[in-house]
Design a protein around this ligand. Structure first.
Ligand SMILES: [Zn+2]
Ligand SMILES: [Zn+2]
Ligand SMILES: [Zn+2]
Length: 181
């Protein structure tokens, strides 16, 4: 299945819990120092927002950190629950607004088919995200192939449609799930 959706077309609804799965390395592969991933993501976010004059508030930064708690997309509801563990009562709308902000800034991508969010490892340059979404474990590896994005833009233009945003989601099985049989 392949679907193309604009990032802002669908209303936010509560995320269903992601399908459970066995633990296996994220798209970045193997055991790695994930704290470094999170640290890098936050550092990049702070400098990008500062350069753009966008306000990365403490709450927005915390939501970003929670999105980055792994390389798997996370639903807004899971993020809300973790914020409650922090001891802060946060209204769902506040979290959705923070996620909207992070999506607008390109710091996270929304994966429509999973109704979840994943941190972008390269938020600096604007790009159309293409995602390889594993139907079994919920992993979403980001692929940024300009040729794919250009083909969609050109195909849309040929039909008189001006493409503004695109997120391509390709559903399938990740290498680890295929190996697991
Ligand atoms: Zn990591
Ligand atoms: Zn990205
Ligand atoms: Zn998988």
């Amino acid at each position: 299945m392949m679907s193309v959706a604009t990032q802002s077309s669908s209303p936010h609804v509560h995320a269903a819990p992601l399908k459970g799965g066995h633990d296996h390395p994220g798209p970045q592969g193997g055991a790695h120092d994930h704290k470094a991933c999170v640290g890098d993501a936050l550092t990049r976010a702070h400098s990008l927002c500062e350069a753009r004059g966008a306000r990365l508030t403490t709450l927005r930064a915390r939501v970003l950190e929670l999105v980055w708690s792994s390389h798997k997309p996370r639903g807004a509801y899971a993020i809300l629950e973790e914020m409650a563990v922090d001891g802060k009562r946060v209204a769902p709308l506040t979290v959705y607004r923070a996620l909207d902000f992070l999506v607008e800034q390109g710091l996270v991508h929304r994966i429509e088919s999973l109704n979840a969010y994943v941190g972008c490892p390269e938020p600096g340059q604007s790009h159309a995200g293409q995602f390889l979404v594993c139907e079994r474990c919920g992993d979403a590896a980001e692929l940024n192939d300009a040729a794919v994005a250009n083909a969609i833009t050109a195909g849309a233009a040929a039909r008189g449609f001006r493409a503004l945003r695109q997120t391509v989601e390709v559903l399938g099985l990740c290498p680890a799930c295929q190996a697991a049989g």
